[in-house]
Design a binder for this molecule. Structure first.
Ligand SMILES: C[S@@+](CC[C@H](N)C(=O)[O-])C[C@H]1O[C@@H](n2cnc3c(N)ncnc32)[C@H](O)[C@@H]1O
Length: 461
């Protein structure tokens, strides 16, 4: 049986939002909305779950596409979900895209940081919104959740132009102090706005939890403020409804740091039911078609920390021309730079390598340093294409044979089963596709395909 919405929370909501509280509380007893956002880098002949489509999300900018579904399908049984062709994301959490234009960039941001990033919904969105040249650092404190973040980002974009770290925020500060043009803090919170889809949020809620969240959010924000560059933008988001973790937290920032609010009130007009206070945007379940979300934006007006020095750590090792030439399957030469880290080859920009070298110097836990194009599985076989490459436009330059599978075969492949094929395939590495979208790799012996789908990503139902 579902845990009832705590009565103390109901009373708090009634006091804070007398006009809206009853609709919010009623909504918390109804099923959550379901929505997804398409990956703009994938071309699909038809929308996933077109038969369940129930309206386009109107607050996304035109270059992005998302829609609601009338019911929740089993996404795990859709190979396109595994392929990163779309991301299942609450429509309220997509508000980040609605406010993007409002941030008024004078210069292209060089470095962006998503400090609390797993499972990666907002990082996938940020990667689509940021210019390709902006380096995005996505961080997650918890090891298990960081693995999910890596999986989602690799499948979304190959983790290109990204460094994914698994660290406590204060460990990142000496590395990024004064460097970040944009920081998103999608803070761990009391989750009041998620209670209709998250039973644990109902069970765990208490006034003490709210107080503990405030303390934790402040300590995360203190580090974020130190990592912001002059005129850098801080985006602060939660999925909770109370004032302490939302507007009052922004007031605390204004009281303690040299920063000013960026007005988001115009954006509320684009989201039916959203409410703008003088601090930020509030989206409430039952009033907006989505779950709870709070979003505020601030700009630094003075220096909090000067960058210690421009990152000057000794660079990484460039992949030798000879090794690069041995990647015969990467048929077209590209002008990018390639670096060898351990037994893997990455395509990295010079700026990314500088930041990475510095991160290694600080002994930070790097979960992935960027777009991996090749890895050495066996010394004798040399470098083979990597899984991440398939999820990046560079894949188009790889002359790899592909095998298209129908639904049931594709699911068997995702479960890690060996596949047999009636049409003999070229010996060597083969790309497995479903509806034309790459799912992963297999090793063909001619008649038999050895499954190379990464073990941790395998389908278990
Ligand atoms: C609201 S979730 C982030 C959701 C994510 N931005 C997305 O869109 O998918 C907050 C994240 O903060 C992480 N977290 C918890 N405690 C933290 C701390 N002290 N510092 C930084 N992150 C923390 C949680 O593990 C969780 O993954």
């Amino acid at each position: 049986m579902q845990t009832p919405v705590p009565s103390e929370l109901k009373a708090k909501l009634a006091q804070a939002y007398p006009e809206h509280a009853s609709r919010i509380v009623e909504a918390l007893e109804t099923p959550p909305s379901v929505s997804l956002r398409l990956n703009p880098a994938r071309t699909l002949s038809a929308h996933p779950f077109a038969e369940l489509e129930d309206g386009t999300i109107p607050w996304l900018p035109t270059e992005l596409e998302g829609y609601w579904l009338s019911e929740r399908p089993t996404f795990a049984l859709d190979p396109l979900w595994h392929a990163g062709a779309y991301y299942v994301q609450d429509a309220s959490a997509m508000t980040l895209a609605t406010i993007w234009e409002q941030l008024g960039w004078h210069e292209t941001p060089k470095l962006a940081l998503d400090l609390c990033a797993a499972p990666g919904g907002k990082s996938t969105l940020l990667r689509d919104l940021l210019p390709a040249e902006t380096l995005l650092v996505s961080n997650e404190i918890l090891p298990k959740r960081c693995k999910i973040l890596v999986e989602n980002m690799v499948k979304w974009c190959g983790a290109d132009q990204m460094i994914i770290t698994q660290e406590e925020p204060q460990r990142l500060t000496p590395w990024l102090q004064g460097f970040c043009d944009l920081i998103l803090v999608d803070a761990p919170c009391s989750g009041e706005g998620l209670m209709r889809r998250d039973e644990e949020a109902r069970r765990m809620w208490s006034p003490q939890l709210v107080a503990d969240c405030v303390t934790r959010q402040r300590s995360i924000l203190q580090e974020a403020m130190r990592m912001l560059a002059p005129e850098g933008v801080l985006l602060y988001a939660t999925c909770t409804l109370n004032q302490e973790e939302n507007d009052q937290m922004v007031q605390w920032l204004l009281d303690n740091y040299p920063c000013e609010l960026i007005d988001l009130s115009h954006c509320a007009e684009r989201i039916a039911g959203a409410c703008a206070t003088s601090y930020g945007l509030h989206l409430w379940p039952g009033i907006v078609r989505g779950e709870g979300q709070y979003l505020a934006a601030l700009r630094l007006t003075d220096i909090v920390e000067t960058p210690s020095e421009t990152h000057k750590a000794k660079g990484l090792t460039r992949t030798s021309r000879q090794t690069f030439d041995s990647l015969s399957w990467l048929s077209k030469a590209t002008s990018a730079d390639y670096y060898t880290i351990g037994e893997r080859i990455y395509q990295l920009t010079p700026e990314a390598t500088q930041h990475l070298a510095e991160a290694y110097k600080h002994r930070l836990a790097i979960a992935t340093p960027g777009l991996e194009i090749a890895s050495m599985r066996h010394q004798a076989k040399g470098y083979e294409p990597s899984f991440a490459l398939l999820h990046h436009p560079l894949y188009a330059t790889a002359g790899l044979p592909a095998l298209e599978l129908p639904l049931q075969e594709a699911l068997r492949y995702l479960r890690g089963e060996a596949l047999t094929t009636e049409t003999p395939t070229e010996r060597g590495v083969t790309v497995i596709t479903y509806r034309g979208i790459p799912l992963g790799l297999a090793h063909s012996t001619g008649a038999r395909l050895n499954n190379l789908y990464p073990k941790p990503y395998r389908l278990r139902i």
